[in-house]
Design a protein around this ligand. Structure first.
Ligand code: PLP
Length: 324
């Protein structure tokens, strides 16, 4: 199992997450500098870097820090064959079975694999693919991707890595050597039709702020930029010291759930850079109360839906730069 800890462990703080996963068999990140940071943190297990290297200097660093690049371009192969580097280096060949992002065309992979496995400084050459629709288990492309990849895997007898969280949960693929769980580790649902709770996943991040003001507003009074929402009656509203500058989604709309002092209520009007306005009707609240934006009491997936995004983006945005 190689937990995916790219983007600062999905915004959670990569150092803490890696320390919290002592039984992982390895880790995966997106960029070279993330891999180097893990080595400097003292991680000695295999580290896969999804974006591989883009020039000879980077390749030298992959060897120096013993990072495993994922490769998907012919010029990367050429660089590997030319470079007089001293191994050993383990690499992954990415196979494009339908994602249409990184990966060699299926019909080119066997020849490349044979060439690279014959290269003395290369220790192992694995095959990797990524599903485009694992979050929708019935999507027809899934089985096509499985069929194309498993034919290659049988033919080449190479180490394999296929499944992200959604594919792990739905068991889309059988018999791979390394799975790559990301979002499920952090307790959000990888599947469109199922909640985290129904999958037995628990939120790792709690994103909370403070209630800093309470206002009594008269019926018809509008709130926030653009005056997009007006009070339907005389009512109390609360100001919370969090906004899009802190990673709360600006596209969250009126009605987005928030938890004030343990009680569920809603966002009103537009999100500001450093504050939001919440509905305090039927809520017991005083200034200084904790307001949970998502976490143990409120699944991040619910907020993602009203903000027209996915949990991944919300989690990452909170943790930008955090713990760096
Ligand atoms: C991010 C990523 C993963 C993890 O995906 P989740 O949906 O978060 O489980 C796995 N593999 C690759 C190639 C990725 O880029």
């Amino acid at each position: 199992m190689m937990p995916v800890v790219k983007a600062n462990a999905y915004g959670h703080g990569v150092r803490q997450i890696v320390e919290g996963l002592p039984d992982a068999d390895g880790f995966a990140v997106a960029q070279l500098d993330e891999g180097i940071a893990l080595r400097k943190q003292g991680v000695s297990k295999p580290i896969t870097v999804f974006h591989g290297f883009s020039n000879a200097q980077q390749l030298v660093l992959f060897v120096e820090y013993q990072l495993s690049p994922v490769i998907s371009q012919q010029w990367q192969i050429d660089l590997l064959m030319q470079a007089g580097f001293r191994g050993p280096l383990s690499i992954w060949l990415k196979v494009n079975t339908g994602m249409g992002r990184l990966g060699f065309p299926v019909d080119q992979v066997a020849a490349i694999w044979n060439k690279l496995t014959g290269c003395s400084q290369i220790e192992s050459v694995g095959l990797m693919m990524h599903f485009a629709n694992a979050d929708q288990p019935q999507h027809p492309l899934n089985q096509q991707q499985v069929a194309e990849f498993s034919a290659l895997a049988r033919q080449l007898n190479a180490p394999t890595s296929v499944s992200n969280s959604a594919a792990i949960m739905t068991q889309l693929y059988h018999g791979e050597n390394w799975v790559r769980p990301g979002i499920m580790l952090y307790g959000a649902s990888p599947l469109q039709e199922q909640t985290a709770d129904s999958l037995g996943l628990k939120a790792v991040m709690t994103f909370s702020a403070e209630l800093i003001a309470i206002n009594q507003l008269a019926q018809g009074h509008s709130v926030g930029y653009g005056s997009t929402w007006s009070c339907s009656e005389d009512m109390p509203t609360g100001i919370v010291n969090v906004g899009y500058g802190d990673g709360y989604p600006r596209h969250a709309t009126t009605g987005t759930p928030v938890i004030v002092n343990g009680q569920r209520t809603q966002l009103l009007g537009r999100v500001s850079m450093d504050s939001i306005i919440v509905d305090l009707r039927n809520v017991q609240a005083t200034c200084g109360d904790r307001v949970e934006l998502w976490g143990k009491q409120l699944p991040v997936d619910e907020v993602a839906i009203t903000a027209q995004t996915i949990s991944y983006e919300l989690l990452c945005n909170v943790g930008r730069g955090f713990g760096a």
